[in-house]
Design a binder for this molecule. Structure first.
Ligand SMILES: NC(=O)c1ccc[n+]([C@@H]2O[C@H](COP(=O)([O-])OP(=O)(O)OC[C@H]3O[C@@H](n4cnc5c(N)ncnc54)[C@H](O)[C@@H]3O)[C@@H](O)[C@H]2O)c1
Length: 450
């Protein structure tokens, strides 16, 4: 099938590449000329495991192409995906300007019927707005072509996006047309062989499903962080509690890890956007507001622990930071807890020596060169002459650390672990003062578990 994607970001690029890989002919349109030029040279703008060879191979075999020319993109595809960003507006609601700009672009150039698919995460009612914008432009052109607007939200996870697109848990399709549902069934057939993963529903339900999914996951995280904060104060150990509740099949083990808050380009903005949607219709979303409030507080937790430990005297101190991306296996630092921590440390007069396996370039892009930030080549190098180590992202290879190195690199070794990677008893054995989230030893008023 002939498919066009508007927006080659984390979602558009991965989905486009995977659809091309199973035989569809895909053209990607983006407004970012540099990105398009780089993609044609095989330079992939994001870090996503297994993505690069798929993009390069399908570009070379002609099934995947990149352009900034919207007209040729619109002419190419019977199916037009909108996969542009929907960042938060000033009040936290989803900013639809990029989605509607693409709708206008499609309507400006279309010469025949089109299926227009909202792949971006958009509030309930957006398909109506896209339809209205397309109809308006067609009327102003004095033409009348049939078009359908479909909601087909994306559930891929950064870090395992390729695998998620190849083997999706479900493919949600919101449409009021059986014919269109059949077209999408054909498009996604290669991913649907083992069992039917396509769930067809009305458009508004599909739009809400995406927000409900992300808000449920964010709720699990904030809930667990709340319980961890209670455990700390009550002399309980959150790791034991996690195992105790995860074993209940109604609860499950996934997404109940306590930590230093959720980040990324989706959860924070989607929780906020659904709160604004609720506000706009006069409904008080109490749970969602609490989820957001708990997360704000949790993102400040590492700094509060550090400040307590050093009695607020952070001027001139240097901290090793392991992990900058908002989660492992991505270079994405949007809304990452590391940013809240670094900015607080800098404001308090401290310096940061950071290491991340993939997000160093992104960090450099965001913060540029500054005297209180050093990006180090290795995790070990980041430990040189520091006052403490802070773990912010649970990259796999941080799990097996050389504890002697920690002892050697700090006169009074101390670790603030925002991801509960280590056993407190092991830390004690190595003479390391260890702070983590909701573990029993944290209860000893700032004394760590030494
Ligand atoms: N990142 C994720 O893990 C993820 C997962 C599921 C859903 N989503 C949703 O998917 C959407 C896209 O997210 P993303 O992370 O891929 O965004 P992104 O910022 O990585 O990419 C968006 C791309 O759209 C391009 N763009 C902007 N205006 C354009 C226009 N008029 N025409 C063509 N291209 C244009 C930008 O240049 C950019 O390359 C968002 O709504 C997001 O909430 C993201």
């Amino acid at each position: 099938m002939k498919v066009t994607f508007f927006g080659v970001g984390y979602v558009g690029l991965v989905q486009a590449a995977i659809l091309a890989d199973v035989g569809h002919h895909v053209v990607c349109v983006d407004v970012d000329q540099e990105k398009v030029d780089n993609l044609k040279k095989g330079i992939i703008p994001i870090y996503e495991p297994d993505l690069t060879p798929i993009v390069i191979e399908n570009y070379q075999n002609g099934r995947l192409n990149f352009t900034t020319d919207a007209k040729s993109g619109v002419n190419h595809g019977e199916i037009q995906f909108i996969a542009v960003g929907t960042p938060p507006d000033e009040d936290g609601s989803a900013d639809l300007q990029y989605v509607l700009a693409v709708a206008e672009m499609i309507a400006t150039h279309m010469q025949g019927p089109k299926i227009i698919i909202d792949k971006s995460t958009v509030p309930v009612g957006t398909a109506d707005k896209v339809s209205a914008r397309v109809a308006e432009v067609l009327t102003s052109r004095g033409v009348s072509y049939a078009f359908n607007v479909v909601s087909n939200p994306e559930f891929l996870k950064e870090g395992s996006a390729v695998a998620d697109c190849r083997r999706p848990d479900r493919i949600v399709v919101g449409t009021d047309s059986d014919t269109v549902a059949d077209v999408l069934r054909e498009l996604y057939a290669p991913f649907n062989r083992n069992h039917d993963r396509l769930i067809v529903m009305d458009i508004r339900s599909a739009e809400l499903t995406k927000y409900a999914a992300n808000c449920m996951l964010a709720t699990k995280i904030s809930f667990m962080n709340e319980i961890a904060n209670l455990a700390e104060r009550l002399g309980a150990d959150i790791e034991a509690v996690r195992l105790g509740i995860g074993s209940d099949s109604r609860i499950g083990y996934q997404f109940i890890y306590p930590g230093c808050g959720y980040g990324g380009s989706c959860f924070p903005k989607d929780v906020q956007a659904l709160i604004r949607t609720a506000d706009a219709i006069g409904y008080q979303p109490e749970v969602l507001k609490s989820v957001e409030a708990v997360n704000y507080r949790q993102k400040e937790k590492l700094f509060a622990m550090i400040s307590d430990h050093f009695s607020g005297e952070l001027v001139g101190k240097t901290f090793a930071l392991w992990g900058l991306s908002f989660k492992p296996n991505t270079d994405d630092m949007r809304e990452a807890p590391s940013r809240v921590l670094m900015e607080s440390l800098w404001a308090a007069g401290a310096k940061v020596q950071a290491y991340d396996p993939e997000a160093m370039q992104e960090c450099q892009r965001i913060y540029g060169s500054r005297s209180d930030l050093a990006l180090m080549e290795t995790a070990e190098a980041a430990l040189c002459d520091v006052d403490a180590l802070v773990i912010v992202t649970e990259w796999q290879h941080f799990r097996a650390m050389d504890f002697d190195l920690i002892g050697d690199s700090m006169s009074e070794p101390v670790i603030f672990d925002g991801r509960n990677l280590y056993e407190p008893s092991r830390m004690r054995k190595h003479g390391i003062t260890y702070y983590s989230i909701g573990r029993k030893m944290n209860g000893l008023k700032g004394a760590g578990c030494k």
